[in-house]
Design a protein around this ligand. Structure first.
Ligand code: DSN
Length: 443
């Protein structure tokens, strides 16, 4: 029997999730089927290694025949969903998957190039707070007018000469032209090959020269954790799909993709199979949790259904409607939409300085009204704790059935709260009626 205290805690969390409006751009409400699989018996066996179809070494312990079938099924579904040749479905979180990418392609001390944490990057994209900023020499490209600028990225690529170029962001409301970035990297790698000189008086074979050049070439990595739901449904043109252009792609599975809290790595080049698989096991994990692998397979199958495409389109529609609702109330433009008031995905960043509050204060004011979001750094902020932005996203409320009209209403409520306008009782009653309209998600 489950311990009484534990039961109470879980039930409190369920009530909380049912009675609040989650606008954290990285959160979602996975199906009950996915949650059930997360707690399934598949987490019992020790499954270090891979099925024989993935690695000649196979598994390290006996007894994995059934789990082999599961992992192969999950890999096949990941490849079908994202239209790629290879997938590693063992990583347990986004940070874990990202760590494996560094391990696969870099040596300690290698240079990496990314956006900065204070603009839009994730912590594992070179921040000093993580291994990615301690073990590798990270450099940044800056945003121009709060937008990714391909000329700036190219300039920094030639200046820094990184082993790894990191793309894909945690706080950016626009699509990214990965085809263009691929072209920049390909040109850079060709120039690198032409410019690399080897001493003439040292005997060195052509094969050794080629190997040395390959080791210096820039690898293009995309962390598409935030927008992988859009990529899975192929609602954007191919040039915006990193799985077609990047050397390696990582994603968590629990954000717009609406799966279990976990992650995967995707790639197309067969030459990378050994590097990436070995970077996961044995380099950065022992036995993985195969219950999460089962839940990931279910998430991929759910995302392959036509309804999921409708869901993703609604996530975007709702985000724009929520922005429009804020604008309708904020006639004095005290709340500033970072990089413009048109979102192309599931999120927006708002600079709240004009309302005379900090990001933390905005977060607290909304939390007091059962609206959950996160404070977020924006360009110019020095410390995450003193930041002046908030990030809002619609994946979770859309799963719960929010329509465009409801999202617009919620936007108006958010602006009224942050600008301290309107009657608090009226605001509460609108929030209660929105919650009543969507009802409980988890029974
Ligand atoms: N914490 C997640 C986010 O909110 O973007 C990324 O790991």
């Amino acid at each position: 029997m489950i311990d009484k205290t534990l039961n109470q805690i879980v039930s409190k969390e369920k009530d909380k999730l049912n009675n609040e409006l989650v606008l954290i751009a990285s959160e979602n409400y996975p199906s009950q089927d996915i949650l059930d699989l997360m707690g399934s018996v598949c987490s019992v066996p020790y499954t270090e290694g891979y099925p024989l179809s993935v690695s000649k070494q196979g598994r390290h312990y006996a007894g994995c025949e059934v789990i082999d079938e599961l992992e192969e099924y999950c890999i096949a579904k990941a490849c079908e969903l994202f239209r790629v040749n290879f997938a590693n479905v063992q990583p347990m979180s986004g940070s874990h998957a990202n760590t494996c990418v560094y391990y696969a392609f870099c040596k300690p001390g290698d240079r990496t190039l990314s956006a900065s944490l204070s603009t839009m990057a994730h912590l594992t994209h070179g921040s000093k707070f993580t291994h990615s900023g301690r073990f590798y020499e990270n450099h940044n490209y800056e945003l121009i007018n709060e937008k990714l600028d391909y000329d700036e990225l190219k300039k920094r690529l030639y200046e820094v000469k990184p082993r790894l170029l990191i793309t894909g962001y945690s706080a950016y409301s626009h699509k990214i032209d990965f085809q263009k970035i691929r072209e920049i990297v390909d040109q850079y790698n060709t120039d690198l090959e032409i410019d690399t000189e080897f001493p003439e008086d040292v005997a060195i074979s052509d094969e050794e020269i080629q190997k040395a050049i390959e080791a210096k070439k820039c690898i293009l990595w995309t962390d598409m954790a935030h927008f992988s739901g859009f990529i899975a449904t192929h609602v954007w043109e191919d040039k915006y799909d990193p799985t077609q252009w990047a050397d390696v792609v990582t994603t968590t599975t629990h954000k717009t993709l609406r799966g279990p809290r976990s992650a995967i790595i995707l790639w197309n080049n067969p030459d990378y199979c050994k590097k990436i698989n070995q970077a996961v096991f044995p380099a950065n994990a022992g036995g993985t949790n195969q219950a999460a692998v089962a839940a990931k397979a279910q998430a991929f199958i759910e995302a392959l259904q036509p309804e999921f495409k409708d869901y993703i389109n609604q996530v975007h529609t709702n985000m724009q409607a929520l922005i429009n609702g804020i604008k309708e109330v904020d006639i004095d433009h005290k709340l500033r939409f970072v990089s413009g008031d048109e979102t192309e995905n599931h999120m927006i960043l708002i600079d709240v300085k004009g309302a005379g509050i900090t990001g933390k204060e905005a977060e607290d004011m909304l939390t007091a009204n059962h609206i959950i979001c996160n404070k977020n750094m924006i360009t110019g902020d020095i410390k995450p704790s003193d930041c002046t932005g908030i990030r809002l996203g619609t994946p979770a409320i859309t799963t719960r059935g929010f329509t465009e009209e409801m999202s617009n209403t919620l936007g108006k409520v958010i602006a009224s709260i942050l600008l301290k306008q309107g009657d608090p009782q009226e605001i509460t009653s609108v929030i209660v009626s929105l919650l009543n309209e969507i009802g409980e998600f988890y029974k």
